[in-house]
Design a protein around this ligand. Structure first.
Ligand code: 3H9
Length: 694
């Protein structure tokens, strides 16, 4: 198309003309966030269209990878700069000439609100539209909660605002959120649409529509039904309820009043700790991808083929990640039976995903077709990345790496999935320690988003960069950890476990400790987790050797949910109930060890299980085992279900106040005895009034 450039501009918003259509283009990389300059530019562009009689219609579009991806989150918490987004969207809607939003990439949050303010929306087929504010602890605050239900219907709006998950352009078209799909060149189609509608009056304004509100007006019970159906998902979060209330206002009140409710609810969320935590976490996740102390422009190695050693639960899950991302995987086992069992489980997992409609049969076959199961270790010779997922014993790992050293091609990355062991020691059993790295997946490895990349003393920079890039390809969130026992996540789990077990002896029950953790927002407490994972994990398998409560449970077959009994009793639907047997075992142990049982307060549980984790996190940080405090938070949110509305353990400690954490730990210091020692960094930061997060 030939356009006449009207005026050069340093603003991210420029205007050009195509006939009598004014094309307004945003160029604000990387994601066209709606920062102050963009907002000012948009208002100026609409003003330009209003003032010029020759202009009959307007198209708003973006350069780069995406349509506006929302408000500029970096502006949150800073003094507001006018015009604010709600009035920009109103200005667009009130334009006396039709405005067409031309959407590619992702129209998210404020971006979708700009599109909703426009009179028409046209999108390319692979565009995505959504309101992810809820993930930042917010709601769409530029009229989105009021316009979206009017345009897409109340039910769809409720789903979108509370899940934050975007929908594809075709679905958006089917619910009326998009008026047209542009098959071909977007701008051309957008201008054609603008031409087509230039004379249609009155202009269709989203805020004035209400035919899609009728059903909910007649049946307001849908809101409580929606709340009930999603109660589990929303547990602990403030933003979903505020989003529902805002949509409820859209239905119950005239638009002008509904937007006031939206504003008040938005401000309430913005002032709260949860939204601060969730916004912090948004950036934490992105920061985690940045690897420190490596030369800039380090190029990744080429990885086309992946090898996995071990077809057990971990090896199978790890392989599935790569198969799903289109990598051929060679999986090696020692016995045919184990190999068949492993590949059978992988197929079953894929088929279960397909049964839920999240994969097609064709995709299942495609993924399984990329798998090469074999008993021949030498078949790994042509793999670019080989991940070992064998038994967690140093001797076995060393043996595997020694063998790999002999057969792997030069430059192949040799990775261990160890969850505790020393990567440097493993690397030393090869002649190429620079190629060795830890890739610690979390179980179930095909589901859990977290990947700890363990950086050995000699791991080459390009190996780290490759691992980080691969993590993205297999849709994991990766965090770099140093070599220490348990790395970041499991290392912090240890003090929690030690104190939780001691608390049992001192008078707490598994139910009380788990309740405190669940009320805090964790998906489950330490004993529920033990029952789920298996109480027998790491057990010495000698029923006559009973040294602690776990040994005692294992000796009588209480291995957890899989045996119908662990710290809890389970019925045939796996519903837990407190176990008198376990209670007796605990009391007997306490008596044997001379521990006087007493009432334990919930506060003590928090101080001894959660504050100790913060202390351990601080040690990890001061030893340089994590690159930054926010990486520790990413590990805990993605690896262990720490509630994201508390930001992660280190951010949470900041919100509690580090002085309070130190005081709480001092309260418990004597009881914790030699199991506990203070992190100097924590003490120093508390004394100086500093925080972990900056
Ligand atoms: C909102 O709209 C509120 C309104 O309703 C009401 C207001 C009154 N702002 O993710 P990536 C940065 S709330 C500032 O790696 P991708 C990001 O930090 C907003 N910066 O790329 C990163 O920086 P760096 C609702 C942002 O291709 C870089 O861009 N919208 C923003 O994997 C690349 O990001 C959202 O919540 C932003 N809004 O994914 C959408 N977005 O390179 C949030 C990104 O320095 N964004 N950055 O690390 C996303 O979901 C993804 O970024 C997106 C691209 C899918 C767009």
């Amino acid at each position: 198309m030939t356009d006449v450039i009207d005026k050069p501009t340093t603003s991210p918003i420029s205007t050009t003309r195509h006939g009598d259509v004014l094309i307004v283009t945003s160029n604000n990389p990387p994601v066209n966030a709606l920062g102050a300059a963009v907002r000012q530019g948009l208002v100026a562009a609409i003003d330009e269209a209003e003032k010029d009689d020759a202009i009959k219609a307007v198209v708003i579009r973006c350069e780069g990878q995406t349509f506006f991806a929302g408000a500029d989150i970096t502006e949150f918490g800073k003094p507001p700069v006018m015009p604010w987004l709600p009035s920009v969207v109103d200005t667009i809607e009130n334009c006396s000439k039709p405005v067409v939003a031309a959407i590619h990439g992702t129209a998210l949050g404020g971006g979708l609100e700009v599109a909703l303010g426009s009179h028409y929306r046209i999108a390319v087929p692979d565009a995505k539209l959504g309101v992810p504010e809820v993930k930042l602890g917010l709601l769409p605050g530029a009229g989105g909660t009021q316009r979206l239900p009017r345009v897409a219907g109340v039910q769809k709006a409720l789903e979108m605002v509370t899940s934050g998950t975007p929908i594809g352009a075709r679905e958006a078209f089917s619910v009326g959120l998009v008026d047209r799909i542009a098959e071909g060149e977007l701008l051309q189609h957008a201008v054609a649409l603008a031409d087509e509608v230039r004379d249609i009056r009155p202009l269709p304004k989203s805020s004035e529509r209400d035919e899609k509100l009728k059903e909910a007006r007649e049946n307001p019970a849908i809101f409580d039904e929606f709340r009930k159906a999603n109660a589990r998902k929303f547990r602990g979060f403030e933003a979903p309820e505020a989003n529902i209330k805002a949509v409820e206002a859209a239905v119950a009140k005239p638009y002008a009043e509904g937007v006031i409710d939206e504003r008040n609810l938005f401000m309430g969320l913005m002032a709260g700790t949860q939204s601060r935590a969730q916004q912090y976490f948004f950036f934490a996740e992105r920061k985690a991808a940045k690897i420190e102390n490596i030369p800039e422009n380090t190029r990744p190695r080429d990885v086309k083929k992946v090898g996995v050693i071990g077809a057990g639960t971990m090896g199978g899950g790890i392989s599935m990640n790569f198969l799903s991302a289109g990598f051929p995987v060679t999986i090696v086992e020692m016995a045919q039976e184990a190999l068949d069992r492993g590949t059978g489980v992988m197929r079953k997992n894929y088929e279960a995903t397909a049964a839920k409609g999240r994969m097609t049969g064709e995709q299942v076959e495609k993924a399984m077709g990329l798998l090469k199961p074999t008993l021949d270790f030498d078949a790994l010779a042509d793999c670019d990345l080989i991940i070992e997922a064998v038994f967690e014993t140093m001797e076995i790992k060393k043996d595997v790496f020694g063998r790999l050293d002999k057969i792997a091609k030069p430059g192949a990355i040799l990775a261990s999935n160890t969850s505790y062991l020393n990567i440097d020691e493993i690397a030393a059993s090869t002649s190429r320690p620079q190629d060795v790295v830890g890739l610690h997946f979390f179980s179930p490895a095909n589901v859990m988003k977290l990947l700890e990349i363990v950086r050995g003393a000699k791991t080459a920079p390009d190996v780290l960069v490759t691992a980080m890039q691969l993590a993205k390809k297999i849709r994991k969130v990766a965090v770099v950890a140093g070599v220490c026992h348990g790395f970041i996540g499991n290392r912090m789990l240890m003090p929690r476990q030690v104190e939780a077990t001691k608390l049992l002896l001192e008078g707490a029950t598994p139910e009380q400790i788990d309740r405190v953790h669940v009320e805090f927002g964790m998906p489950m407490g330490p004993f529920q987790m033990a029952d789920l994972a298996g109480v027998d994990i790491g057990w010495h398998r000698d029923p006559s050797r009973i040294e602690n409560i776990r040994d005692a449970l294992c000796a009588i077959d209480r291995w957890g949910q899989k045996k119908g009994a662990g710290f809890y009793d389970y019925d045939d639907k796996r519903r837990p109930s407190p176990s008198p047997v376990v209670q007796q075992i605990i009391e007997d142990f306490a008596a044997k060890q001379g521990v006087t049982r007493r009432d334990i307060s919930d506060e003590e549980i928090v101080e001894r299980t959660l504050y100790t984790m913060v202390n351990e996190g601080s040690k990890i940080l001061e030893e340089g085992m994590a690159q930054r405090a926010s990486d520790i938070d990413v590990v805990w949110v993605y690896g262990y279900g720490w509630p994201v509305y508390r930001g992660g353990p280190m951010f949470w400690a900041d919100t509690e106040g580090l002085e309070k954490i130190v005081a709480g730990l001092r309260n418990q210091e004597a009881r914790m005895g030699s199991d506990f020692s203070f992190s100097q960094l924590l003490l120093d930061k508390a004394a100086k009034g500093e925080k972990f997060s900056r």
